[in-house]
Design a protein around this ligand. Structure first.
Ligand code: ARG
Length: 208
């Protein structure tokens, strides 16, 4: 049972035509499963219960653009890193006063609750952090002028900017974060299998 919060395109999201969970992470885990000979059932679960469920051993593993952090590593094991991302600010093209994180004081900033984007926005003094269960809701709020900016992982922001002509990202990513596959504590054999397969996929350039 592999948990994912399928609200994070292009890494994990729902194909609106088929209703299936698709994306980079699903392709990657499918490739790992094939090499490690694992039978996989993906479980679509919201972000908060995903992290809580991993801590409680509800799922065997999770692949969900999860940034490896020391705090999370207390409750779950992580595979070797497979992707580097960073937090980036998205705002409306028409906005001229947001030019970097030092310009976010007094501004309202949308994030997905409990993500590293939430952590970063919360650490910026004077910012009014608006927390959403899904990042899509934050982007909708931005495009309907309810908030001033969104902070999230740069691949997600790039997708929204490519799709919606009124949006732009601001500057360079503000952090450097590594994604890892989370594996429940105690499942060391599963972790080793995943790492072996992942290392081979990395070495073969398949992830590139
Ligand atoms: N990389 C960020 C973090 O680990 C956000 C991940 C959110 N993933 C998702 N599927 N909603 O906090």
């Amino acid at each position: 049972r592999v948990a994912t919060d399928a609200t994070w395109p292009p890494f994990e999201y729902i194909d609106t035509e088929t209703g299936e969970i698709i994306g980079f992470d699903i392709d990657l885990f499918d490739a790992i499963a094939e090499r490690a000979d694992l039978d996989v059932e993906y479980v679509d679960v919201a972000w908060d219960p995903l992290l809580a469920g991993m801590a409680e051993g509800t799922y065997d593993a999770a692949i969900s653009s999860i940034t490896i952090t020391p705090d999370r590593a207390k409750n779950m094991n992580f595979s070797h890193p497979y992707f580097t991302a960073g937090q980036i600010i998205t705002t409306l093209k028409s906005n001229t006063d947001i030019t970097g994180n030092e310009t976010l004081a007094g501004k309202s900033v949308g994030v997905q609750t409990g993500t590293t984007g939430d952590d970063l926005a919360t650490s910026i003094n004077g910012t009014d952090v608006k927390r959403y269960d899904e990042i899509g809701l934050a982007f909708t709020a931005l495009m309907t002028d309810q908030i001033d900016a969104v902070i999230c992982d740069n691949p997600v922001a790039a997708g929204y900017v490519a799709k919606y002509d009124t949006l732009k990202t601001v500057g360079e990513p503000l952090t450097s974060e590594e994604y890892g596959i989370a594996v429940a504590k105690g499942k060391e054999e599963l972790l080793a299998k995943i790492n072996t397969a992942l290392d081979a996929l990395l070495a073969e350039g398949i992830i590139d």
